[in-house]
Design a protein around this ligand. Structure first.
Ligand code: NAP
Length: 296
């Protein structure tokens, strides 16, 4: 059986298009332009690529993009002062501090200094708590993107068995909360899980967020299951660098009912959801109705 390919690239383009329509309406009807500020500390090459891409897509959606680039040696106090200025700036509705931060900084302290209402990454402890208690929150972008793809593919997820592999704060844990919110029966697996293939084989939905190239193989997958591959791993193959996920795509797509490719699956959804979160934050800040279907 050949799995349906869940085309995250096309879906993300639709989400960005919807966001752009809402932004145009906000401007026309209320004279409001949503603004996203991204703070980058240091020269990490991957982070620079992400930040450039975020800025470009923010502008394409009609939003205001503010970039703050700080030296790797900047003190935590200086970074906190930038965050405080952005918190107080009414033209900024979303703030994202690009991770990882240099080793001399306490990332938790920096993230928790962001106004939770502007925390479009959804990493602030208040948003984590709101999500965990089923209240309206800013939802982390990557798991939100996975949830959107799953809802679009299945409609209701109620009653489905979901296994999330990975328990990080940025993907695994919020993914589990979102799936619980949609009434799945959720298992969170990690490096200490016993008989991981056996656990994964129970799942109607598998979300792999591990960071190990092609770890999940066809014999782990229940026939017909939906497999969401969050992993982004660079591997050397045939003398070239290639991007692969945490799932052995070739093998698993023979068994699964549906699968996201890497690249072109979850990856593009992350920035699309960042734009959606910025729009949502802007609507909430202005007491306007939130666009439907763009948050959990
Ligand atoms: P992370 O913080 O390193 O967490 C990895 C998780 O995988 C941990 O919970 C770890 O378990 C678990 N794990 C590691 N080895 C395992 C094994 N052999 N068996 C079972 N579980 C194992 O990673 P992350 O930040 O969540 O990211 C995961 C992957 O997603 C990475 O490839 C990353 O690049 C990718 N990612 C993609 C996007 C996107 O936009 N598509 C966004 C974020 C991340 P322990 O907790 O026990 O150590």
């Amino acid at each position: 059986m050949a799995a349906t390919i869940i085309d995250g690239k096309a879906f993300a383009a639709r989400v960005r298009g919807e966001v752009a329509q809402h932004v145009a309406r906000l401007k026309a009807d209320h004279g409001i332009t949503p603004g996203l500020a991204v703070v980058l500390v240091g020269e990490d090459p991957a982070s620079q690529v992400y930040v450039r891409s975020k800025g470009k897509q923010t502008v394409e959606a009609g939003m205001a993009s503010f970039e703050h680039r700080l030296d790797a040696g900047v003190s935590e106090a200086e970074l906190l002062a930038v965050v405080a200025r952005l918190n107080a700036d009414p033209s900024v509705h979303g703030i994202l501090v690009q991770l990882p931060l240099p080793g001399h900084m306490n990332a938790d302290a920096v993230i928790n200094a962001i106004d939770p209402a502007k925390d479009v990454d959804g990493f602030h402890i208040s948003n984590v708590g709101l999500l965990a208690t089923g209240q309206k929150a800013m939802v982390p972008c990557t798991p939100l993107g996975c949830l959107m793809l799953l809802r679009a593919h299945h409609g209701s997820l109620a009653g489905m068995e979901a296994v999330v592999i990975g328990r990080s704060n940025i993907v695994g844990k919020p993914m589990a909360q979102l799936l619980i919110g949609d009434s799945c029966t959720v298992t969170v697996a990690h490096s200490r899980t016993r008989d991981l293939p056996g656990v994964v084989r129970r799942a109607d939905i598998v979300v792999a967020a591990v960071g190990r190239p092609e770890m999940v193989t066809a014999d782990w997958i229940r026939p017909g299951a939906t497999v969401i591959d969050v992993g982004i791993n660079r591997v050397e193959r045939d003398g070239a660098t290639r991007l692969v996920g945490d799932v052995d795509f070739a093998g698993v797509s023979e068994v699964a009912g549906a699968i996201t490719p890497v690249p072109g699956g979850v990856g593009p959804m992350t920035i699309a959801c960042l734009l959606a979160n910025t729009l949502t934050a802007c609507c909430r800040a202005n007491g306007l109705p939130e666009p439907e279907g763009l948050t959990a």
